[in-house]
Design a protein around this ligand. Sequence first.
Ligand code: AKG
Ligand code: FE2
Length: 273
Amino acid sequence: MQIRRMGPIGAEITGVDVKTMDDAAFGRIYQAWLDSNVICVRDQSLELADYLEYSRRFGAVHPHPSKVTRHPDCPEITLLGTNKFRADGTLDKEIYRRGAEGFHTDGSYEEVPFKATQLYALAIPSRGGDTFFSSGYAAYEMLPQHLKDKLEGKVGNFKYGGRKQLNLLLDEKDRHVAPVWHPLVQVHPETGRKLLYFDQGKILSIEGLDAAESDAIINEMVGYFVEPPCQYRHKWRKGDIVIWDNRCSYHKAAGDYPPEEDRIHWRVSIKSA
Ligand SMILES: O=C(O)CCC(=O)C(=O)O
Ligand SMILES: [Fe+2]
Protein backbone atom coordinates (compact mmCIF):
# COMPACT_ATOMS: atom_id res chain seq x y z
CA MET A 1 0.00 0.00 0.00
CA GLN A 2 1.28 3.47 -0.93
CA ILE A 3 0.18 6.70 0.76
CA ARG A 4 0.98 9.88 -1.11
CA ARG A 5 0.33 13.35 0.32
CA MET A 6 -1.32 15.61 -2.26
CA GLY A 7 -0.41 18.93 -0.61
CA PRO A 8 -1.21 20.59 2.73
CA ILE A 9 -4.36 18.46 2.85
CA GLY A 10 -5.39 15.38 0.88
CA ALA A 11 -3.71 12.02 0.45
CA GLU A 12 -3.99 9.33 -2.21
CA ILE A 13 -3.84 5.66 -1.30
CA THR A 14 -3.09 3.02 -3.90
CA GLY A 15 -2.15 -0.64 -3.95
CA VAL A 16 -4.80 -1.89 -1.52
CA ASP A 17 -8.17 -3.66 -1.68
CA VAL A 18 -10.38 -2.41 1.16
CA LYS A 19 -12.33 -5.69 1.11
CA THR A 20 -9.34 -7.70 2.30
CA MET A 21 -7.28 -5.10 4.15
CA ASP A 22 -6.11 -6.09 7.64
CA ASP A 23 -6.33 -3.93 10.79
CA ALA A 24 -2.71 -2.76 10.53
CA ALA A 25 -3.29 -1.45 7.00
CA PHE A 26 -6.54 0.18 8.08
CA GLY A 27 -4.68 1.81 10.99
CA ARG A 28 -2.31 3.46 8.49
CA ILE A 29 -5.25 4.66 6.40
CA TYR A 30 -7.02 6.07 9.45
CA GLN A 31 -3.88 7.92 10.56
CA ALA A 32 -3.34 9.32 7.05
CA TRP A 33 -6.94 10.54 7.16
CA LEU A 34 -6.45 12.31 10.51
CA ASP A 35 -3.20 13.84 9.23
CA SER A 36 -4.56 15.06 5.90
CA ASN A 37 -8.33 15.78 6.45
CA VAL A 38 -9.36 13.94 3.29
CA ILE A 39 -8.10 10.81 1.59
CA CYS A 40 -8.85 8.93 -1.60
CA VAL A 41 -8.45 5.17 -1.91
CA ARG A 42 -8.17 4.46 -5.63
CA ASP A 43 -9.27 1.57 -7.82
CA GLN A 44 -11.88 -0.18 -5.68
CA SER A 45 -14.57 -2.53 -6.89
CA LEU A 46 -17.35 -2.81 -4.32
CA GLU A 47 -20.85 -4.13 -3.79
CA LEU A 48 -23.22 -2.30 -1.44
CA ALA A 49 -22.40 -4.65 1.46
CA ASP A 50 -18.62 -4.25 0.92
CA TYR A 51 -18.97 -0.49 0.96
CA LEU A 52 -21.03 -0.46 4.16
CA GLU A 53 -18.62 -2.86 5.87
CA TYR A 54 -15.62 -0.70 4.98
CA SER A 55 -17.46 2.51 6.00
CA ARG A 56 -18.21 1.01 9.42
CA ARG A 57 -14.48 0.74 10.15
CA PHE A 58 -14.60 4.55 10.53
CA GLY A 59 -17.67 4.62 12.78
CA ALA A 60 -21.44 4.14 12.76
CA VAL A 61 -23.24 4.74 9.46
CA HIS A 62 -26.38 6.88 9.86
CA PRO A 63 -29.15 7.43 7.28
CA HIS A 64 -29.16 10.99 5.90
CA PRO A 65 -32.25 13.13 6.66
CA SER A 66 -32.92 13.59 2.92
CA LYS A 67 -35.23 10.61 2.43
CA VAL A 68 -35.92 11.17 -1.29
CA THR A 69 -32.25 10.56 -2.13
CA ARG A 70 -31.79 7.38 -0.08
CA HIS A 71 -30.93 4.15 -1.90
CA PRO A 72 -34.22 2.23 -2.27
CA ASP A 73 -32.70 -0.99 -0.87
CA CYS A 74 -30.44 0.53 1.73
CA PRO A 75 -31.40 3.70 3.69
CA GLU A 76 -27.84 4.17 5.01
CA ILE A 77 -26.70 4.91 1.46
CA THR A 78 -27.53 8.23 -0.17
CA LEU A 79 -27.45 8.32 -3.97
CA LEU A 80 -25.75 11.37 -5.47
CA GLY A 81 -26.56 12.24 -9.06
CA THR A 82 -29.39 9.78 -9.75
CA ASN A 83 -32.88 10.92 -10.82
CA LYS A 84 -31.57 14.34 -11.78
CA PHE A 85 -34.05 14.69 -14.64
CA ARG A 86 -37.71 15.18 -13.76
CA ALA A 87 -40.49 13.33 -15.61
CA ASP A 88 -40.90 16.38 -17.89
CA GLY A 89 -37.20 16.22 -18.84
CA THR A 90 -36.06 19.31 -16.92
CA LEU A 91 -32.93 19.21 -14.79
CA ASP A 92 -33.47 19.07 -11.01
CA LYS A 93 -30.83 21.53 -9.78
CA GLU A 94 -31.23 20.36 -6.17
CA ILE A 95 -29.78 17.02 -7.25
CA TYR A 96 -27.42 18.23 -9.98
CA ARG A 97 -25.89 20.98 -7.83
CA ARG A 98 -26.09 19.24 -4.45
CA GLY A 99 -23.21 20.44 -2.29
CA ALA A 100 -22.18 23.10 -4.81
CA GLU A 101 -23.62 26.19 -3.10
CA GLY A 102 -20.41 26.87 -1.17
CA PHE A 103 -17.82 25.37 1.15
CA HIS A 104 -19.61 23.62 4.03
CA THR A 105 -19.33 20.80 6.54
CA ASP A 106 -21.90 17.99 6.61
CA GLY A 107 -24.41 17.44 9.40
CA SER A 108 -23.85 20.70 11.30
CA TYR A 109 -27.66 20.81 11.70
CA GLU A 110 -27.47 17.73 13.96
CA GLU A 111 -26.77 17.69 17.69
CA VAL A 112 -23.84 15.39 16.93
CA PRO A 113 -22.68 16.25 13.39
CA PHE A 114 -21.28 13.61 11.05
CA LYS A 115 -17.70 12.77 11.91
CA ALA A 116 -17.07 11.82 8.30
CA THR A 117 -18.70 11.66 4.90
CA GLN A 118 -17.57 9.05 2.41
CA LEU A 119 -18.31 8.81 -1.32
CA TYR A 120 -17.72 5.89 -3.66
CA ALA A 121 -17.61 6.80 -7.34
CA LEU A 122 -19.75 4.63 -9.64
CA ALA A 123 -19.81 6.93 -12.68
CA ILE A 124 -17.68 9.99 -13.46
CA PRO A 125 -18.33 12.49 -16.27
CA SER A 126 -15.79 13.16 -19.02
CA ARG A 127 -15.14 16.65 -17.64
CA GLY A 128 -15.97 18.75 -14.55
CA GLY A 129 -17.52 17.37 -11.38
CA ASP A 130 -14.49 17.80 -9.12
CA THR A 131 -14.83 18.21 -5.35
CA PHE A 132 -12.95 20.95 -3.49
CA PHE A 133 -11.72 20.59 0.09
CA SER A 134 -10.18 22.95 2.60
CA SER A 135 -8.97 22.79 6.18
CA GLY A 136 -10.76 23.96 9.33
CA TYR A 137 -7.37 24.23 11.06
CA ALA A 138 -6.10 26.62 8.37
CA ALA A 139 -9.43 28.48 8.42
CA TYR A 140 -8.93 29.23 12.11
CA GLU A 141 -5.35 30.36 11.51
CA MET A 142 -6.41 32.64 8.65
CA LEU A 143 -8.96 34.60 10.68
CA PRO A 144 -7.99 38.15 11.57
CA GLN A 145 -7.32 38.58 15.29
CA HIS A 146 -10.53 40.58 15.86
CA LEU A 147 -12.60 37.62 14.63
CA LYS A 148 -10.58 35.08 16.62
CA ASP A 149 -11.24 37.19 19.72
CA LYS A 150 -14.92 37.63 18.88
CA LEU A 151 -15.57 33.93 18.20
CA GLU A 152 -13.63 32.41 21.09
CA GLY A 153 -16.11 30.73 23.45
CA LYS A 154 -19.10 31.58 21.22
CA VAL A 155 -21.66 29.10 19.94
CA GLY A 156 -23.48 29.25 16.61
CA ASN A 157 -27.02 28.18 15.82
CA PHE A 158 -27.26 25.75 12.86
CA LYS A 159 -30.18 24.40 10.84
CA TYR A 160 -30.56 22.41 7.60
CA GLY A 161 -31.00 24.98 4.83
CA GLY A 162 -29.67 27.86 6.95
CA ARG A 163 -30.60 31.49 6.45
CA LYS A 164 -31.79 30.87 2.87
CA GLN A 165 -33.88 27.80 3.84
CA LEU A 166 -32.46 25.70 1.01
CA ASN A 167 -34.21 22.52 2.15
CA LEU A 168 -36.01 21.10 -0.88
CA LEU A 169 -34.27 17.71 -0.57
CA LEU A 170 -36.06 17.17 2.74
CA ASP A 171 -39.62 15.87 3.02
CA GLU A 172 -41.91 18.77 4.01
CA LYS A 173 -42.50 17.35 7.49
CA ASP A 174 -38.73 17.09 8.12
CA ARG A 175 -38.09 20.79 7.44
CA HIS A 176 -39.09 22.05 10.87
CA VAL A 177 -36.48 20.43 13.12
CA ALA A 178 -35.17 22.83 15.79
CA PRO A 179 -31.73 24.40 15.21
CA VAL A 180 -28.78 23.11 17.24
CA TRP A 181 -25.79 24.82 18.86
CA HIS A 182 -22.09 24.23 18.24
CA PRO A 183 -18.98 26.06 19.46
CA LEU A 184 -17.38 28.00 16.60
CA VAL A 185 -13.85 27.46 17.84
CA GLN A 186 -13.19 23.83 18.67
CA VAL A 187 -10.39 21.41 19.46
CA HIS A 188 -10.44 18.26 17.33
CA PRO A 189 -11.17 15.26 19.61
CA GLU A 190 -8.52 13.07 17.96
CA THR A 191 -5.77 15.39 16.70
CA GLY A 192 -5.99 17.99 19.49
CA ARG A 193 -5.64 20.77 16.91
CA LYS A 194 -7.64 24.00 17.13
CA LEU A 195 -10.08 24.70 14.31
CA LEU A 196 -12.87 26.92 13.06
CA TYR A 197 -16.26 25.21 12.92
CA PHE A 198 -18.50 27.15 10.57
CA ASP A 199 -21.05 26.46 7.86
CA GLN A 200 -22.20 29.38 5.74
CA GLY A 201 -25.14 27.40 4.37
CA LYS A 202 -26.48 26.30 7.76
CA ILE A 203 -25.55 28.88 10.39
CA LEU A 204 -28.41 31.16 11.47
CA SER A 205 -26.83 33.29 14.17
CA ILE A 206 -24.14 33.59 16.80
CA GLU A 207 -25.23 33.49 20.42
CA GLY A 208 -24.62 36.50 22.62
CA LEU A 209 -24.53 39.04 19.77
CA ASP A 210 -27.40 41.22 18.63
CA ALA A 211 -28.90 40.28 15.27
CA ALA A 212 -27.09 43.00 13.31
CA GLU A 213 -23.65 42.15 14.70
CA SER A 214 -24.25 38.41 14.32
CA ASP A 215 -25.22 38.91 10.67
CA ALA A 216 -22.25 41.21 10.03
CA ILE A 217 -19.78 38.69 11.45
CA ILE A 218 -21.34 35.78 9.56
CA ASN A 219 -21.18 37.82 6.35
CA GLU A 220 -17.53 38.67 6.99
CA MET A 221 -16.78 34.97 7.52
CA VAL A 222 -18.67 34.05 4.34
CA GLY A 223 -16.20 36.31 2.52
CA TYR A 224 -13.32 34.13 3.72
CA PHE A 225 -15.13 31.02 2.51
CA VAL A 226 -15.20 32.10 -1.12
CA GLU A 227 -11.59 30.86 -1.40
CA PRO A 228 -10.69 29.24 1.92
CA PRO A 229 -7.05 28.29 2.58
CA CYS A 230 -5.27 24.94 2.07
CA GLN A 231 -7.40 23.63 -0.75
CA TYR A 232 -7.22 20.20 -2.30
CA ARG A 233 -9.16 19.63 -5.53
CA HIS A 234 -10.18 16.05 -6.10
CA LYS A 235 -10.42 14.84 -9.69
CA TRP A 236 -12.59 11.76 -9.58
CA ARG A 237 -11.96 8.39 -11.17
CA LYS A 238 -14.46 5.56 -11.18
CA GLY A 239 -13.66 3.27 -8.23
CA ASP A 240 -12.43 6.08 -5.95
CA ILE A 241 -13.46 6.08 -2.30
CA VAL A 242 -13.05 9.53 -0.80
CA ILE A 243 -13.62 10.23 2.89
CA TRP A 244 -13.37 13.61 4.59
CA ASP A 245 -13.31 14.62 8.23
CA ASN A 246 -16.26 16.96 8.79
CA ARG A 247 -14.86 17.97 12.19
CA CYS A 248 -11.95 19.85 10.61
CA SER A 249 -12.67 20.21 6.88
CA TYR A 250 -14.86 22.06 4.43
CA HIS A 251 -15.85 20.86 0.99
CA LYS A 252 -17.91 21.86 -2.02
CA ALA A 253 -18.95 20.18 -5.25
CA ALA A 254 -18.01 22.00 -8.45
CA GLY A 255 -21.52 21.51 -9.84
CA ASP A 256 -20.27 22.06 -13.39
CA TYR A 257 -20.24 18.75 -15.29
CA PRO A 258 -22.24 18.17 -18.49
CA PRO A 259 -25.73 17.40 -17.12
CA GLU A 260 -26.42 14.80 -19.80
CA GLU A 261 -23.52 12.71 -18.46
CA ASP A 262 -23.65 10.53 -15.34
CA ARG A 263 -21.90 11.47 -12.11
CA ILE A 264 -23.05 8.95 -9.53
CA HIS A 265 -21.79 8.21 -6.03
CA TRP A 266 -22.82 6.11 -3.08
CA ARG A 267 -22.59 8.39 -0.08
CA VAL A 268 -22.54 7.54 3.63
CA SER A 269 -22.72 9.73 6.73
CA ILE A 270 -20.59 8.44 9.59
CA LYS A 271 -20.72 9.27 13.30
CA SER A 272 -18.52 8.03 16.14
CA ALA A 273 -21.37 5.87 17.45
O1 AKG B 1 -20.72 15.65 -4.86
C1 AKG B 1 -19.76 16.15 -4.28
O2 AKG B 1 -18.68 16.39 -4.84
C2 AKG B 1 -19.88 16.52 -2.82
C3 AKG B 1 -21.31 16.76 -2.42
C4 AKG B 1 -21.45 17.05 -0.96
O3 AKG B 1 -21.35 18.17 -0.52
C5 AKG B 1 -21.68 15.93 -0.04
O4 AKG B 1 -21.81 14.79 -0.49
O5 AKG B 1 -21.74 16.18 1.17
FE1 FE2 C 1 -21.53 18.15 1.67
